[in-house]
Design a protein around this ligand. Structure first.
Ligand code: HPA
Length: 267
């Protein structure tokens, strides 16, 4: 753990209280307002040296520490993407801070394009695994042997099962699938989509995978859910754009909030 992460954790505790955080929640494009569901202390990323800057529209660059369904959480209203800086480890410091605050569990959310006709826009997809189509890795340059992170069951089977049960209890259709990380910021070509579909991916997006690798490196248990905002390039006549992503993400956000509340109340 870097000294900086411990210092930032101390700064956060001084503002939000000493009680250890149980779980972290990273909000994806168009999902940033979920941070407002938490009754707690809000700290702008700008007040946390090393945290992502203004970032991408549709994100909400603040950290909220507080209670959600009786569980003390740290909600990251926005993330840093590889495509903003060229740094695969852009989320390392925030995740180190989460770990320093005491968390052992991380929920990641994102907006994604679907390659499955039975997971249409507006639906959610629970990640069962991923394909790192970017070829990048946030641990390149990490000197310790801890860099050789095993990635089998990176998406924690017990939390996945809790999420599946919570969705069923809420009457929400939740399929699981494999997420492919594509670096962005340009969207994929139809040929790339055909290629990753053939390789076994069900959804595609520009985030999450480096965070999963970093979180496993830090010993956090991980679960991730995509909110499907569009069919991937070439799969429908609808034009793909960031505006469309931001407009569609809230369709999944309401369902996601219900599922998360149930899972957190039982954590
Ligand atoms: N591709 C990559 N990222 C995305 C997409 C997509 O189709 N939709 C939302 N985020």
């Amino acid at each position: 753990m870097s000294r900086n992460a411990d210092e930032l954790a101390a700064l956060i505790r001084a503002r939000a209280g000493d009680a250890p955080v149980r779980a972290g929640l990273v909000l994806g494009s168009g999902l940033g307002h979920l941070a407002d569901a938490v009754d707690g202390v809000s700290i702008d990323y700008a007040d946390l040296p090393g945290f992502p800057h203004a970032g991408v529209s549709g994100h909400n660059p603040k950290l909220v520490i507080g209670d959600l369904e009786g569980c003390r959480v740290a909600v990251f209203g926005g993330r840093a993407h590889y495509y903003e800086s060229g740094r695969g480890d852009a989320m390392r410091l925030p995740l180190e801070v989460l770990s320093a605050l005491g968390a052992d569990t991380l929920f990641l959310t994102n907006a994604a394009g679907s390659m499955r006709e039975d997971i249409p826009p507006g639906d959610l997809m629970l990640l069962s695994d991923h394909i790192n189509f970017s070829g990048l890795n946030p641990l390149i340059g990490e000197p310790s042997d801890a860099r050789f992170v095993p990635m089998k069951d990176a998406y924690d089977p017990a939390i996945r099962s809790a999420i599946t049960q919570a969705a069923a209890a809420e009457g929400i259709d939740l399929k699981d699938g494999v997420y492919a990380w594509y670096s962005g910021p340009s969207f994929e070509t139809p040929a790339e989509i055909r290629a990753i579909r053939t390789l076994g991916a069900d959804a595609v997006g520009m985030s999450t995978v480096p965070e999963v690798i970093l979180a496993r490196f830090l010993g956090l248990r991980v679960a991730a859910v995509s909110t499907i905002t569009n069919m991937a390039a070439g799969m429908s006549d609808e034009a793909i754009s960031h505006d469309h992503t931001k407009a569609m993400a809230p369709l999944g956000a309401a369902k996601l909030e219900k599922i998360l509340r149930r899972v957190l109340s039982a954590l």
